[in-house]
Design a protein around this ligand. Structure first.
Ligand code: M6R
Length: 613
């Protein structure tokens, strides 16, 4: 989704802004722009397309200035074109503004401003906002800070904004409500961005703005943070834990491939310090803190979107299987709008890689209003969801840049396995010997993923056979059903091939009609408990000339012989299987997308963190 970068200090702002925008490309965008202030003039450049096109466009033009703001736009109001791209200037040309989010009352404000003689070049809500601030400033004879605060108190919607004023060339003002914003603190310089990736190169000291807060950043190094209610806050300066290497490709062609290969390390990090297989214990800090309430709950509700929702489905299987507590899983977008029944003794688990997904945040607010305990499972440290929940656990996957979620999924699943086991152990619904056995096996999973990654070349060959397919079907049973859904999502989002994930038994209730010699069917055939049934499913597909790509347990010659292509995974405990079966599906999607010439890391129309409804 849109990306924000701002700089004020002593260096040339332009290269900092452009590098920052390039680092935010992963969020998804369709146009980009920068504005620099020098000699009491705004130099504004905006272009539909990539950041590199903007850079080419500015060649030979005046890009001087030690204060500036830049933006990558993911269109909401108005098509992606040069005019709708940010930054936007006010009618007087004195204010410049960039904005992430949606101003819900923009139409009313636009009408009021139009009546007062304001005109608008773009179709955006952002241009309305910058003019509204200008109008408030002029009418109230206010300074920039007071005008922004007063105006924002009238705004309905979500935003992160950064504002520059020709008359205040030594000040940058940044504000947020519902959209993330982080301020990097250097020596007599400040950086502002949607996330830490544009900042990490220059400073590790950052302040994450809270909702309804704004920062006033002065070129002399002073800064203040206030709430929109005009209460001054004491800034909480934190040290960033990530390093530059973590957000670069490290020799891989794409971030997605790098992140697939990072899974063994990511899993080790997500387990580290939380389990002791020898002694048979698990400690998730957040669970310990609210243990009584979690154990007393009659029901858990898991809510999330996309890949995180698929991890949530696995959470349902795990928790019900191990602890016998009922679980409901729901898309956050449905949960927030359908007037769900939530009891005050419910526990709601919200899962999100980015921690910024608008639907998931809204679902959390509803759950909190109804007094449920809300537990977050997030990857991005300090993210909005991590802060909005009562308790939670980080997945520790490290920065995930590719839009297609990979290592975030597997670490979410690890967290849900630990959650389910910890609750089950406390409830006494599993034995210590079983717990120890699973924990020892969990510790061996990173090595087993490495074994699967060694089959990359073979998986690429399978991808080659099918990269021109128009449809794909993914089938799985039990713990492999959510993985089938995830495999289908991975393929469709990066290769644009239509793909469906189904519980294998559902095939005969409809999807079987689709099967002919053109239809590749990926069958996750590793569950020993449902072996006979999976064998039958494969035969049903073969009888209709479908092409079988089977993911099988190593040494399973029977299913290998039935399949057209087979990918082996090392054997493991059934509840841990998804951590292995998902890996070949990620690689298969990746290679197919590359062969089709798709933009793997930034698929069309998609954003990494979906901060609008
Ligand atoms: O950041 P979140 O986990 O909340 O994001 C949820 C979905 O937007 C995300 O998983 C999306 O489906 C990915 N593109 C899947 O690869």
């Amino acid at each position: 989704m849109c990306g924000i970068v701002g700089y004020i200090g002593t260096r040339d702002a332009y290269p900092i802004l452009m590098k920052g925008l390039a680092r935010l490309e992963y969020r998804g965008y369709d146009s980009a722009g920068v504005v620099l202030l020098s000699d009491h003039t705004f130099n504004l450049y905006k272009k539909a397309g990539k950041v590199s096109e903007l850079d080419a466009f500015t060649k030979g033009k005046n890009t001087s200035g030690t204060i500036g703001i830049g933006h990558t736009r993911w269109a909401t109001h108005g098509v992606p074109n040069d005019t709708n791209a940010h930054p936007h200037l006010s009618n007087s040309g004195k204010l410049a503004l960039i904005h992430n989010g949606i101003i819900e009352n923009y139409a009313t404000l636009k009408e009021q401003l139009t009546k007062k003689g304001y005109h608008f070049k773009s179709e955006t809500d952002t241009e309305v906002l910058v003019n509204f601030i200008e109008e408030v400033k002029i009418q109230g004879n206010l300074n920039l800070e007071d005008a922004i605060r007063t105006a924002l108190n009238e705004i309905i919607g979500a935003y992160a904004i950064v504002v520059m004023d020709i008359d205040n060339p030594d000040v940058l003002i940044a504000a947020r409500k519902g959209s993330p914003l982080v301020v990097g603190i250097g020596k007599n310089e400040f950086f502002v961005a949607s996330d830490a990736s544009p900042i990490i190169e220059y400073t590790k000291n950052v302040v994450y703005l809270d909702d309804k807060e704004y920062a006033v950043l002065h070129r002399n190094g002073d800064f203040t943070i206030h709430t929109l209610g005009n209460v001054q806050m004491t800034p909480f300066v934190q040290e960033l834990q990530m390093d530059l290497e973590a957000i670069e490709k490290g020799g891989f062609d794409h971030f997605m491939l790098k992140e697939i290969y990072e899974q063994p390390r990511a899993l080790v990090d997500s387990i580290r310090g939380r389990v002791n297989a020898e002694d048979g214990w698990i400690k998730l800090g957040g669970v310990e803190e609210y243990l009584n309430r979690i154990l007393k709950a009659n029901r858990y509700i898991i809510t999330a979107c996309g890949t995180s929702y698929h991890a949530g489905l696995l959470g349902e299987y795990l928790i019900e299987d191990l602890s016998r507590i009922p679980v409901e899983v729901e898309f956050a977008s449905e949960f927030r709008y359908r007037n769900p029944i939530i009891y005050n003794d419910d526990v709601v688990l919200a899962i999100s890689q980015s921690g910024e997904t608008a639907d998931t945040l809204a679902a959390i607010e509803i759950a909190k209003e109804r007094q449920a305990l809300v537990y977050g499972i997030c990857n991005v440290i300090g993210s909005s969801i991590a802060r909005a929940t009562h308790a939670g656990s980080y997945t520790h996957a490290g920065p995930e840049i590719g839009v297609a979620s990979t290592k975030a999924f597997s670490t979410q699943v690890v967290l849900l396995i630990l959650w389910a086991l910890q609750i089950a152990e406390k409830k006494g619904s599993i034995s210590t010997s079983y717990l120890r056995r699973i924990l020892f096996e969990l510790e061996s999973i990173p090595k087993k993923i490495e074994e699967i990654l060694k089959q990359n070349d073979a998986i690429r060959e399978i991808a080659y056979k099918f990269h021109n397919a128009e449809n794909f079907l993914y089938l799985g049973r039990g713990y492999n059903y959510p993985v089938a859904m995830e495999g289908a999502l991975k393929l469709k989002e990066i290769s644009y091939i239509h793909a469906e994930g189904y519980p294998a038994a559902e095939m005969k209730h409809g999807p079987i009609a689709l099967i002919d010699e053109q239809m590749p069917v990926v069958v996750l055939a590793t569950n020993e408990s449902a072996r006979e049934k999976i064998v039958s499913n494969i035969q049903e597909v073969k009888a209709r000339k479908g092409q079988i790509i089977a993911v099988i347990n190593e040494g399973d010659e029977e299913i290998r012989a039935m399949a057209d292509y087979a990918i082996e995974i090392p054997s493991t405990e059934e509840i841990l299987t998804p951590l292995l079966t998902v890996v070949p599906l990620q690689l298969l999607s990746y290679h197919i997308a590359v062969m089709r010439g798709a933009n793997v890391d930034q698929p069309r129309n998609l954003a990494k963190s979906v901060t609008v409804e």
